[in-house]
Design a protein around this ligand. Structure first.
Ligand code: NDP
Length: 362
């Protein structure tokens, strides 16, 4: 077991984590970036969700678009160039009750003066029979949550496939799969799509995509040898059920934030997104900052994740410089535990005493 002490520790290596690393490394804070090894079961992907994307056409600076993995490689090289230290290990426990914060891994204990959480979000599942991983279902044997990773596999070529969901992810996955599949049935629980107009139009105009409206998948059917053979559908208006033959099912119903490690220690919304203070990345624990999809249920874009990664690095730097950082409640707090009240009228010292926040009164 090795012990490491660091000023800035970043968890996560997507656009948010790596941007935080670039900024804090350039500020000479020698950040340590911890990311989990790739693991299909735990859904960990070093580099984040862009690693399972093909063309990224909306990241500024790349007029002709860029491949997701190629973009993340550039992020990583840039973070390395300024001296970011990388550690690839699964964090089993964190203690945020006092500074330095403590992070436990199988081979390391890391003590962090500031912590930047950029653990992102993972795909959601339907929770229906047949969806679980082999041998309990057909997960990995015809059921996938990532068309760009699994769509090109031989088992899906020239076959009829199913995508479930009505958002941008579902449109993107269905459109992508038509490169290989003979037909893609897009199953959606309503008769209106949630996806942006441009993505809807693209999917609706694709002759290989068949929309199945007002319908839920009740069960994924298959055989141990062949994997997925079809889905049992239920029309939510008529209650009619039918079997739709299919060689694969792609679940594209959104994501959930990767925050289990911090439950009970950080304030979160009802879904589990970490709450941050107004225009900053500060969490309710002074010295802990959150950036990227883990604290953003709204925009969830690579460029916004990178933007908040930059903010988190600047917030951590400010905190380490002993300057007050805004907290979710509107007050400000320094590294020494002094609180500036939200009206900026008073400073509450760590021992509870209060002094006016006016230089002329001191
Ligand atoms: P969304 O939350 O936008 O959409 C999820 C979809 O899945 C909805 O249509 C929802 O149905 C459906 N759904 C959710 N739960 C279930 C369930 N249990 N059973 C059946 N259907 C379900 O997630 P996305 O991942 O599509 O998009 C997330 C964000 O990422 C968005 O902001 C999107 O714009 C962005 N994005 C952008 C892309 C791009 O620009 N290239 C590509 C992919 C994502 P209902 O509509 O009824 O709620």
């Amino acid at each position: 077991m090795k012990t490491l002490n660091r000023e800035v520790v970043i968890i996560g290596s997507g656009p948010a984590g790596l941007t935080a690393a670039i900024y804090s490394a350039r500020a000479n804070l020698k950040p340590l970036l911890i990311d989990a090894p790739a693991d299909a079961e735990k859904q960990t992907t070093p580099g984040g969700q862009l690693m399972i994307t093909t063309d990224v056409e909306n990241y500024p600076g790349f007029a002709s678009g860029i491949d997701g993995p190629a973009l993340m490689e550039e992020f990583r090289k840039q973070a390395e160039r300024f001296g970011t230290e990388f550690l690839e290990e699964w964090i089993t426990d964190v203690d945020l009750s006092e500074r330095p914060f403590q992070l436990e891994m199988a081979n390391h204990i890391v003590y962090a003066q500031t912590l930047i959480i950029a653990t992102g979000a993972s795909a959601k599942w339907l929770g229906i029979p047949g969806e679980a991983k082999v041998p309990n279902g057909f997960g990995g044997h015809g059921v996938s949550a990532c068309a760009t990773c699994d769509g090109p596999l031989p088992g899906f070529r020239n076959k009829d496939l199913v995508v479930v969901g009505g958002g941008d992810t579902a449109m993107e996955e269905a459109t992508f799969l038509t490169r290989y599949a003979s037909k893609v049935s897009l199953v959606h629980r309503r008769d209106k799509l949630r996806a942006s107009k441009i993505m809807q139009d693209k999917a609706l105009a694709n002759p290989k995509i068949d929309f199945v409206w007002n319908t839920a998948i009740e069960e994924i059917l298959g055989e141990p040898e062949a994997g997925v053979t079809g889905v049992r559908l239920r029309n939510l208006k008529t209650e009619e059920t039918r079997v739709l033959p299919s060689a694969g099912v792609f679940i594209a119903i959104g994501h959930r934030p990767n925050t289990d490690l911090f439950k009970g220690q950080l304030d979160m919304d009802e879904v589990g997104y970490i709450l941050t203070a107004g225009r900053t990345t500060a969490t309710n624990v002074p010295g802990v900052f959150a950036c990227g999809d883990v604290q953003d249920s709204n925009y969830r874009q690579a460029v916004t994740a990178a933007g908040t990664g930059c903010m988190a690095a600047l917030d951590a730097e400010r905190f380490l410089d002993h300057l007050p950082v805004a907290m979710p409640g509107g007050d400000e707090v320094t590294m020494e535990g002094e609180h500036v009240t939200s009206d900026h009228e008073a400073i509450i010292e760590p021992d509870g005493s209060m002094v006016p926040n006016h230089p002329e009164n001191i």
